[in-house]
Write a protein that binds this ligand. Structure first.
Ligand code: ADP
Ligand code: MG
Length: 282
């Protein structure tokens, strides 16, 4: 591995005609090169050929080994506890997709449940568009954006009030839709990695529109707590919420806000959300 790493410099992208970085066509995928990602963490490559044939059946034509996260030498778009996410191309689709690859050490047998739940979310306009899935892969719309946790870390009190109000309204409205359709996301008590703020494709700037990702822990048969979780994140998480209050220019009463959230929880309805938004001046 060490030797492999030393072989490469920024300028040597290819070795023995094998592409190791950037877009790799499906027929050039090699267990010894790409197995660490496609069969992450790469300690067991037995399923590599089955995975490659799943990719073929899904119509995947190219995979991009690039992105902010790293697996050894290779870049990936993201890493989660169940999967590694790569950018990829699918035959017949002009836009790149996000390809979730089930980790070998995942505590899930299949990606199909994740796919079905996300398709259900899509049916009422929430989540990245689910495209296709197999046992070990799930292709969906690629979201070019910034995780809300990263945005929150850098939040400054000079952030535009208009942007913040629209961002809060947009994300809570999506939570309301999840609640109304009895789909509990399951990981929104800490939404930092599961709400993405979209980047404008042309200008590269963030826009106040959000996408809720990752339905692998979601469920349709339990009490929903999407909106109350995300509202707590914005308004009741201590120091950061103080910044939010400063930007909104309004010091809300925590007790009042909690009672509005309780009312919502008893009866999740659009009118209750409007009351909450009205109270926090969004
Ligand atoms: N549709 C997508 N578009 C762009 N990036 C994504 C997409 N889905 C996931 N990612 C990236 O991959 C990471 C892991 O995805 P996630 O769905 O949370 O995986 P897991 O189910 O393993 O937790 C995310 O934090 C994000 O960075
Ligand atoms: Mg996740």
């Amino acid at each position: 591995m060490k030797q492999q790493r030393e072989e490469f410099s920024e300028t040597s992208f290819y070795t023995n005609h094998e592409q190791r970085f950037g877009a790799v066509p499906l027929n050039q995928l090699k267990a010894e090169l790409h197995g660490t990602v496609l069969c992450y963490p790469g300690t067991n490559l037995q399923t590599f050929s089955s995975r490659k044939s799943q990719l073929r059946k899904l119509g995947v034509s190219e995979i991009y080994f690039e992105g902010d996260s790293k697996v050894g030498n290779l870049g990936v778009a993201g890493k989660g506890c169940v999967s590694v996410v790569l950018k990829a191309r699918i035959k017949g689709l002009s836009e790149v997709v996000a390809l979730k690859c089930r980790r070998i050490d995942a505590n899930r047998e299949s990606m199909l449940r994740d796919y079905e739940l996300q398709k259900y979310a899509n049916s009422f306009g929430v989540g990245p568009r689910a495209i296709a899935a197999s046992n070990d892969f799930f292709a969906m719309e690629f979201i070019d954006g910034l995780k809300i946790g990263k945005w929150y870390e850098k939040l400054r009190t000079r952030t535009s009030k208009r942007f913040l109000r629209r961002l809060i309204r947009d994300s809570l409205t999506q939570c309301l839709l999840l609640d109304l359709h009895s789909l509990d996301h399951g990981e929104l008590s800490n939404p930092t990695k599961h709400i993405m703020i979209i980047r404008d494709a042309k200008r590269g700037e963030l826009i106040p529109k959000t996408v809720i990702i990752d339905y692998e822990s979601a469920g349709r048969d339990r009490k929903v707590s999407n909106l109350t979780s995300v509202a707590q994140f914005f308004f009741l998480s201590g120091y950061k919420s103080k910044k939010i209050q400063k930007i909104l220019g309004f010091r809300y009463n925590k007790k009042k806000l909690i009672s509005l959230l309780k009312e919502y929880k008893n009866k999740p309805e659009p009118e209750r959300l409007e009351e909450i938004l009205h109270y926090v001046r969004c």
